[in-house]
Write a protein that binds this ligand. Structure first.
Ligand code: IMP
Ligand code: MG
Length: 177
């Protein structure tokens, strides 16, 4: 049976929104004069991405890539990258990959490989992630923009799910057991 008790608050909505604004200010400064392509990794990043984009006033285009590896609370370790839409202009562009959370690093590594295989290659690839878990990585990923460092626990809300549930919570929470 589904557990309907509300997850406990780990990061409140106002803290998230303040941090998103700070990250947007940094991005704005770093990409001044460089047309930017923001690549959202779905589903997990969709709320973060929407809030981030609304705080950016640079000329930019946005596209999405659907990537999945999780079943329940455990990663399968197999990352499936689905091609982004045909309108996507990634080759020869400055790309900012936006994702919800960095855990093992396998997802972002798979995305990076995919982007580096494009011809011509992107001009640059940087990562912007909302959460970075304090846990052992399987791949070294240097994210240029990080919202919050968190402990090694399973979180939901603000786009993140547990078996498809809780994405709509406005805060980052921890499931109560
Ligand atoms: P990685 O490939 O192990 O770095 O995992 C990254 C992906 O796993 C994220 O993009 C999420 O979709 C998912 N994920 C990892 N940790 C969590 C979590 O605590 N809650 C929900 N999803 C998670
Ligand atoms: Mg994800």
């Amino acid at each position: 049976m589904a557990d309907h008790s509300a997850p406990s608050v780990l990061i409140a909505e106002n803290l998230i929104l303040n941090r998103v604004r700070e990250i947007a200010t940094q991005i704005q400064r770093d990409y001044e004069g460089r047309p930017l392509t923001v690549l959202g990794i779905f589903n997990g990043s969709f709320i973060f991405l929407a809030d981030l984009l609304r705080n950016l006033s640079l000329p930019l285009q946005m596209d999405s890539m659907v990537v999945s590896s999780y079943r329940g609370k455990n990663s399968t370790g197999m990352v499936q990258v689905q091609q982004c839409s045909e309108r996507c202009h990634l080759s020869d562009h400055d790309i900012l990959v936006v994702d919800d959370i960095l855990e093992t690093g396998l997802t972002l590594e798979a995305i990076q490989k995919h982007l580096l295989d494009l011809e011509p290659m992107p001009r640059s690839i940087e990562f912007c992630i909302l959460l970075r878990k304090n846990c052992p990585r399987k791949c070294e990923i240097n994210a240029r923009y990080v919202g919050f460092d968190i402990a090694n626990e399973f979180v939901v809300g603000y786009g993140l799910d547990f078996n498809g549930q809780y994405r709509n919570l406005p805060y980052i929470g921890v499931l109560q057991v």
